[in-house]
Design a protein. Structure first.
Length: 242
């Protein structure tokens, strides 16, 4: 598959999903639907053992959610007059299904952060099992509080599970994005790579080769899925990958 919204390829049992392009670099419903469909297919494909998700725009993993799309949703809700009590059930947006698949598919999902990943883009990476950031002059994190907002795509929950309550609260309240090296030091990314381009390296060597050797984890849904559930339930990423 190759469009301005999404591109995918499978090489040596490694699926690479490229988000957007210079013509289309914002999360919206079309990208969410396409990504959900591709991830569902990869989750059930025995010839795919590792999934990498990266950005298709130079300097960006992806931009934030498409603002006109969010405004349209807000206007529809306002016009409907609907109100929700504090204990109302959460109904996900157009990327929640894709994020849920990343968390639950029985094979590792790697976010290859190839450039700026702020707000919704960073929240998406938190749904992946591993985050590896390319070295460079760009920012990673949740700056919403600087704009008078809160992270709205489960970043408040997933970041806490990743770095712990105190560190997550500090990052969210300060609203200060981090460089790739700072993000690794603080646990927001699993690893920071000084090798470019990352994707070419991963296809040939390094982390994916090591993962592919672990046949029990990457071939068996019954063995991998429970392990991923344990990670998500209680363990922190810096405990798993230290």
């Amino acid at each position: 598959m190759k469009t301005d919204i999404l591109a995918t390829e499978v090489i040596d049992k490694i699926a690479v999903v490229t988000l957007g392009s210079p013509k289309k670099m914002y999360f919206d419903m079309a990208m969410g639907d396409a990504l959900t469909e591709e991830l569902q297919a990869f989750a059930g494909n025995p010839d795919v053992r590792v999934v990498i998700i990266t950005g298709g725009t130079p300097g960006y993993f992806n931009r934030h959610f498409d603002i006109p799309a969010l405004i349209a949703i807000a206007e529809q809700i306002r016009a409907s007059g609907r109100q929700w009590p504090d204990n109302a059930s959460y109904h996900g947006g157009f990327f929640d299904k894709a994020m849920a698949i990343c968390e639950t598919m029985p094979k590792p999902v790697i976010a290859a952060i190839s450039g700026t990943a702020l707000a919704g883009a960073f929240e998406f990476t938190l749904a992946c099992d591993i985050r590896i950031a390319e070295d460079g002059d760009y920012l990673i994190g949740l700056p919403e509080t600087e704009l008078g907002l809160l992270p709205g795509a489960s970043g408040t929950q997933r970041l806490r599970r990743t770095v712990g309550m105190a560190a997550a609260l500090w990052h969210i309240l300060m609203g200060k994005p981090l460089s790739p090296r700072e993000a690794e030091a603080k646990g927001l990314s699993t690893k920071q790579s000084r090798v470019k381009p990352l994707i070419a390296r991963w296809k040939l060597q390094g982390i994916c080769r090591n993962i592919l050797r672990n046949r029990g984890l990457t071939l068996s849904a019954s063995s991998a899925a429970p392990m991923k559930r344990l990670w998500r339930m209680g363990w922190l990423s810096n405990e798993i990958f230290s």
